[in-house]
Design a protein around this ligand. Structure first.
Ligand code: HGY
Ligand code: MN
Ligand code: MN
Length: 417
């Protein structure tokens, strides 16, 4: 078995170990601040520490392992991804990038390679934003972009982010000290599953990411009139759930008409005071809108609000339209991608470039550093689903390319923003 496959085996073992750390025995749930989150964090800490990295846990619970250059004034290359998950997650979204990064650093240590720059491996604590509906909390702290107002955000049980961080024995008044200063960044590299079907359909193991779609996440409230399911005639109802259903189907049609340029998703919907014999008076639901084209995204955002308004007017429903968070589409570094593409060629693979529909911590980091991402094929492009899967050979291909890429960065050690 060649060295890359052996390394892939070890990474796969760690991915499987991490996948067993969940708040739910029947599926993978590891959201910010829970027991499984803490256990996962401490497991990654141990792996980084055992590998000989200078390892710390910062105040937003990112796990950070440093491999320093002899040149104290050197800049830092960050290799990272996230260890939090969605609900009923797959086991590769996030952990793949963290554990491949750990393998790369273990190889550098083993080969006693002299680094012209520092490398910091980071396992970000909250990329998905499941608990507080705001994403990139960990990477925003490292980029120095953390908005302290987010500390007052409450989860579904009314617990604030501030409370959770304190319960984790971390100090919110030290969060700004956890940032890497803007002029210390050499670059950022993240390895991540594609979470889409292109590589699977083209039968190619890896791809260069040239950009990441922008997204807007909203919380929408529809308020009608609760009533008795048995007595209120159909034409006299203002049923919040029926109104939301009509809006959601119109939204789906609107996005379909935009073909590949736009996606819109309602992933969560809550009927307030739900009961089988009560006409729903109030529903609260999420809306996730994405496009790689900034103009399409902003035009769609306005148009969808008009659709919402029209449905509610027709049905005499009041609605609240709350934008929770948004991020513009970003471009990855052309300089880094040139090196990444030549590493792919050197490794004997075809070079293709893809835009990521999924968001990544690279979005937050791109505000302070050049970023590059390497996509790895996953089974039928399935993700955010326990069927998520990656073949060992594809892991081995990504390791070979990443080894060459780090080597290129070491020999080049020049580019900056
Ligand atoms: O939702 C996303 O794009 C990513 O999985 N956080
Ligand atoms: Mn991810
Ligand atoms: Mn994800």
């Amino acid at each position: 078995m060649n060295n890359y496959l052996q390394r892939a085996e070890k990474i796969m073992q760690r991915i499987n170990t991490l996948a067993l750390i969940s708040d739910d025995d029947n599926c993978i749930n590891r959201i910010f601040g829970t027991n499984a989150f803490i256990k996962g964090r401490d497991t990654i800490f141990e792996w980084m520490n055992d590998a000989g990295l200078q390892t710390t846990i910062d105040n937003i619970s990112n796990v950070r392992g440093k491999l320093l250059s002899d040149n104290a004034n050197a800049k830092t290359l960050v290799i990272a991804s996230h260890y939090d998950t969605v609900i009923n997650a797959g086991k590769f979204d996030g952990p793949l990038g963290v554990l491949m990064g750990l393998d790369l650093l273990e190889q550098i240590i083993q080969a006693k390679i002299k680094l012209p720059f520092h490398i910091e491996l980071i396992a970000f604590s909250d990329e998905e934003g499941v608990r507080f509906h705001t994403t990139y909390l960990g990477s925003k702290v490292v980029a120095g972009l953390f908005d302290k107002n987010v500390l007052n955000k409450k989860d579904e049980n009314g617990i604030t982010l501030q409370d959770v961080i304190q319960k984790l024995n971390r100090r919110t008044n030290q969060l700004d000290k956890d940032a890497i200063a803007k002029n210390n960044w050499l670059g950022y590299f993240e390895i991540h599953i594609e979470q889409g079907p292109v590589l699977y359909e083209k039968n190619i193991p890896i791809a260069v990411v040239n950009g990441i779609a922008g997204q807007q996440r909203l919380e929408i409230v529809f308020k009608g009139m609760a009533g008795h399911a048995g007595t209120v005639p159909m034409n006299m109802r203002s049923d919040a759930l029926c109104a939301a259903s009509e809006f959601i189907l119109e939204l789906e049609q609107f996005a379909l008409e935009h073909k590949k340029n736009l996606v819109a998703t309602v992933g969560k919907l809550n009927i307030i005071n739900a009961a089988s014999n009560v006409i729903p008076g109030e529903v609260v639901f999420s809306l996730d809108i994405r496009s790689a084209d900034e103009n399409v995204l902003s035009a769609a955002y306005k148009q969808i609000e008009i659709i919402c308004c029209d449905v509610c007017k027709k049905r005499k429903i009041k609605f609240e339209w709350n934008l929770i968070q948004e991020s513009k589409p970003i471009l990855c570094s052309k300089e880094m991608n040139k090196l990444l593409s030549s590493s792919i060629k050197k490794s004997g693979y075809e070079v293709i470039e893809l835009v990521s529909g999924a968001g990544h911590d690279a979005v937050a980091i791109s505000e302070v550093s050049p970023v590059a991402m390497l996509f790895v094929r996953c089974f039928k492009g399935i993700s955010h689903n326990p069927l998520e899967n990656v073949e060992l050979n594809d892991l081995a291909a990504a390791i070979k390319v990443s080894d060459n890429f780090i080597q290129e960065l070491i020999t080049q050690n020049k580019f900056i923003i």
